[in-house]
Design a protein around this ligand. Structure first.
Ligand SMILES: *Cc1c(COP(=O)(O)O)cnc(C)c1O
Length: 405
């Protein structure tokens, strides 16, 4: 997935243009900036590339989710449905607006199970946040139906699925709003950055203000701007936007390499009949930043992951051993609602309740899953070698007597 693997002269050129003016701020300084507006240019490029009507750059993907939820009117006491498998930023953003993250199971798409979403809806539910994890998409038609039926907001966390599509539409542009992260490991990087995409003018105007202390950006200068509501600071700098501008121009190249490398590894793993692959609601739309696959049982998966680790093969996993980031069973801080400040007791109780439900359906999927991150730098020989090593480990485990597993 990482754009940082293809970093070079293009990024340096864009950044140097900013350094030459010395104007690092994305707003104002109209004279001294000599026509250099990297953030504005990148916003226009995001709209053109992904087909969203509006784009608001911010300082991170977490900031994008927080700004989007605020703009969509989500606040204290509202319930936001998020998957039990995601990056921690998804529920952090929900908590930051005072809302309750209602964690629900994922299915073999590794994204929200529509049936589990349905079962989790209450009168307090305000928003469904599908997370297009590991490059591929949630079952959007099913989720759109649920949103329409219950008049809920659909906010896509597409931070890991830049360039993916669903039935011809770019992921992140299907819901009421969608977000990308441009952090250091994402498909396009700004070092740190993010964007909110939406087709709703009011949501965009709100995000523009929220991300810059409520400024409405209509004054003749910054001092003359009005502040129709209280905002925050999620601004991106011109330096970060400059990096992103160089990166977005390489997106098609990133995606075609990603897809080729993914397909090459998949064809090697497909030779093992016991392996099955993640269900992708629209195969043509997979951004292919990961290849996610399943083994028949938890025990076999654990043994394969352990052996790959022992041999130094990067297989990728989110469930076994020390991966403390992406799945509910590692989130002790969320399960106990540990914050450094004071949460309202009702909110705290709700957070603890929803993080401690039965996630055995997700466990059944995640404990058999291996998600291999696809490098843009792999050569065909390296893919062949890596695939062969993985297959050897899997076959060794499958051949081992049961008690050894
Ligand atoms: C990376 C990521 C984020 C947050 O992005 P940052 O830019 O690191 O704040 C949110 N959601 C998911 C699924 C991510 O992978």
């Amino acid at each position: 997935m990482p754009g940082f693997e293809f970093f070079g002269d293009e990024e340096r050129k864009e950044v140097n243009e900013v350094l030459e003016t010395g104007i690092l701020m994305r707003y104002g300084f109209d004279g001294p900036r000599k026509g250099i507006w990297k953030a504005k240019e990148l916003e226009a490029a995001v709209c053109a590339t992904f087909g969203s009507q509006y784009a608001q750059l911010v300082s991170s993907g977490t900031g994008a989710l927080t700004a989007a939820m605020t703009a969509l009117g989500i606040g204290y006491g509202d319930e936001v449905i998020v998957p039990a498998f995601t990056f921690v930023a998804s529920f952090e953003a929900v908590l930051s607006v005072g809302a309750i993250p209602v964690l629900v199971d994922v299915d073999d798409t590794l994204t929200l199970s529509p049936a589990a979403v349905r079962a989790a809806i209450t009168p307090k539910t305000k928003c469904i946040m599908p997370v297009h994890m590991c490059g591929s998409m949630a079952d959007m038609d099913a989720l759109i139906d649920i949103c329409n039926e219950h008049q809920l907001i659909l906010l896509e966390d597409a931070c890991q699925a830049i360039g993916g599509t669903y039935k011809g539409k770019k992921l992140g542009t299907i819901g009421d709003a969608g977000t990308f992260s441009f952090d250091f490991v994402k498909t396009i990087t700004c070092a740190e950055g993010g964007v909110v995409m939406t087709n709703k003018e009011s949501v965009h105007i709100a995000c523009d203000g929220i991300s810059d202390h409520g400024h409405d950006h209509t004054g003749v200068d910054r001092g003359a701007d009005l502040h129709p509501f209280i905002g925050y600071n999620f601004r991106i700098s011109e330096l970060h936007a400059a990096v992103g501008l160089a990166q977005i121009k390489k997106l098609d190249q990133f995606l075609s390499i990603q897809r080729a490398n993914n397909a090459a590894l998949k064809s090697i793993l497909s030779t093992v009949p016991e392996i099955s692959f993640r269900r992708v609601p629209d195969e043509a739309g997979d951004s292919c930043s990961f290849l996610s696959w399943f083994l028949p049982t938890q025990d076999i998966t654990k043994a394969v992951v352990a052996e790959m680790k022992a041999q130094g093969i990067l297989g990728g996993h989110f469930y076994w051993f020390a991966n403390n980031w992406h799945y509910i069973h590692q989130w002790a801080h969320l399960k106990n609602a540990v914050t450094l400040n004071h949460l309202h007791p009702d909110l705290k109780a709700a957070v603890i309740h929803h993080a401690n439900k039965d996630f055995s359906a997700s466990d059944g999927v995640m404990s058999r899953c291996v998600s291999t991150a696809i490098s843009l730098l792999w050569t065909p020989e390296q893919i062949a070698q890596k695939g062969a090593q993985m297959v050897a480990v899997i076959n060794q485990v499958l051949a081992a007597p049961k008690q050894a597993v």
